[in-house]
Design a protein around this ligand. Structure first.
Ligand code: UDP
Length: 477
């Protein structure tokens, strides 16, 4: 007889809240718009309290399941996070094959979705006989273009990217100066560089690539990637998929919202470096003094500095291990009592960005943060740290014009100037604020019924459905 169960999708989230959050959002949308259920598969290495609370808050149509732990103790100390994630995925293929085979028995599994560091898991999907393999790329079309070109660039460019005499030009993309190119590509002798080249080749094993971006924010590569190309999977911009509703609310949530309620409209700059970012203590100090000097109100999510560790020191666990306030300049807390709110470790970012009092976002340019900022019409001060954040800053500041970038030598005077420009500046700042308002509208329009992003997702879902599902599809759109 007919199988009455809803179509099901298995989704693999590689470590990091920045990967899990948009994938969960995709799962929610597949449920609410298309009637699909899904299982989010996570790695054992990422069972942080933040992640557990997040998974527990998801609706019943979105289940989750942790893969068994794999041994990574043989990896050299100080291995890049990209290497760790890629190794964990590759070593999880046997376990994943078993999980997918099990899901095929217990659900009506129609597709497998892996995120950017999980392409090796396509082997598991194939072995388990899952019909469709799809890549979910939680960052943007610029970064996707670069990774898809990597096997080629690896063959053609002998030296390091940072030594390129000219910015790197890729089809449709804003030219990116060598030192701003994706951090895991900056040292070709590092294992993570090889992994990225490997992923670039492996992405071609997908039937489709869903990208968490939208045309208006990067029209150049959107126009190029819209055209099918032999040997390259079809690319669908389905964003911005950003954290919605979500969460039980953390310890700081009420304090943040109550404080914002008391501030004038558009007067506060929100300062946060994502789920994993950490500054060296010297820059943390300059940032504090720069915020003070800017004369603007601020809400700062303060993390312990990265001294002795890496700029992504907090990546696997967003809770700072030390008391972050201990690193602030002498007297700073007292002097800024009337204008600033400091919260440790974690803030309800999307609610903060949605609040009427928020007028700017000093961000590390993690792509989720960028999308959340644009979706809420908040102009950005760009302070990139790692991953693809520097090239995001380039495309935002030099490309579409949605941000002002803090210059490389991070002194308090330049920090204060960039913050003031974005918040109240009459020249560049005013242009940026206007552009961001336009992008907010474009993002919202794309997600409406019949908009670009909604249509792209519907098209992909259509390809997942066996022909007998067609009636199901049309009745649920
Ligand atoms: N986030 C949050 N509160 C924080 C820091 C981060 O809610 O204090 C959320 C943020 O809204 C975003 C994600 O965590 O959805 C961070 O993703 P992003 O891509 O910006 O940066 P990453 O953490 O991957 O560096």
């Amino acid at each position: 007889g007919e199988d009455e169960r809803p179509p099901h999708v298995a989704m693999l989230a590689t470590p990091g809240m920045g990967h899990l959050i948009p994938l969960a959002e995709l799962a929610k949308r597949l449920s609410s718009r298309h009637g699909l259920t899904s299982t989010l598969l996570t790695f054992a290495s990422t069972a942080s309290a933040t992640q557990r609370a997040f998974l527990a808050s998801l609706p019943p149509a979105v289940s989750s399941r942790a893969l068994p732990p794999v041994d990574l103790s043989d990896l050299p100390a100080g291995s890049a996070i990209e290497t760790r994630m890629s190794e964990e995925c590759a070593r999880s293929v046997p376990a994943l094959t078993a999980v997918l085979a099990d899901l095929r028995r217990t659900t009506r599994l129609v597709a497998f979705v892996a995120d950017l560091f999980g392409a090796d898991a396509f082997d598991a999907a194939r072995a388990a006989g899952v019909r469709r393999r799809c890549l979910f790329f939680p960052t943007n079309l610029h970064a996707l273009t670069l990774i898809l070109h990597l096997p080629d660039l690896d063959a053609k460019i002998p030296g390091e990217f940072r030594d390129l005499p000219e910015p790197l030009r890729l089809p449709g993309c804003v030219p990116v100066p060598g030192p701003d190119i994706l951090m895991p590509l900056q040292d070709k002798s590092d294992a993570c560089y090889r992994w990225m080249v490997h992923h670039g080749a492996k992405y071609r094993d997908a039937d489709a690539v869903l990208v968490n971006s939208f045309d208006a924010v990067e029209p150049g590569p959107a126009a190029v990637l819209r055209h099918p190309e032999p040997g390259r999977p079809a690319v669908y911009p389905v964003g911005p998929l950003i954290q919605s509703g979500g969460g039980k609310g953390g310890d700081n949530d009420a304090a943040c919202m109550e404080w914002l309620d008391r501030q004038p409209a558009r007067s506060v700059v929100f300062v946060s470096f994502g789920s994993g970012g950490a500054l060296p203590s010297e820059e943390m100090r300059e940032l504090a003094l720069g915020l003070e000097q800017s004369g603007q109100r601020f809400l700062w999510v303060v993390r312990s500095p990265s001294d002795g560790g890496a700029v992504n020191d907090n990546y696997y666990d967003a809770e700072s291990k030390r008391d972050p306030f201990a690193y602030l300049p002498e007297g700073f807390v007292h002097r800024t009592k009337g204008t600033g709110l400091l919260v440790p470790s974690w803030a309800p970012q999307t609610r903060v960005l949605a609040h009427a009092a928020t007028g700017g976002f000093l961000t590390h340019c993690g792509w989720n943060s960028v999308l959340e900022s644009l979706a809420h019409g908040v102009p950005m001060v760009a302070w990139p740290l790692y991953a693809e954040q520097r090239q995001n800053a380039v495309m935002l500041a030099d490309g579409v014009g949605a941000a002002v970038r803090v210059p490389e030598a991070k002194g308090r005077v330049k920090i204060a100037a960039a913050v003031r420009e974005v918040m109240v500046g009459a020249g560049r700042g005013a242009e940026v604020r206007k552009k961001v308002a336009e992008l907010q509208k474009a993002a919202a329009d794309g997600l409406k019924e019949g908009g670009n992003a909604a249509a792209a997702l519907a098209e992909v879902v259509g390809t997942w459905m066996p022909p007998s599902f067609s009636s199901f599809q049309s009745s649920n759109c």
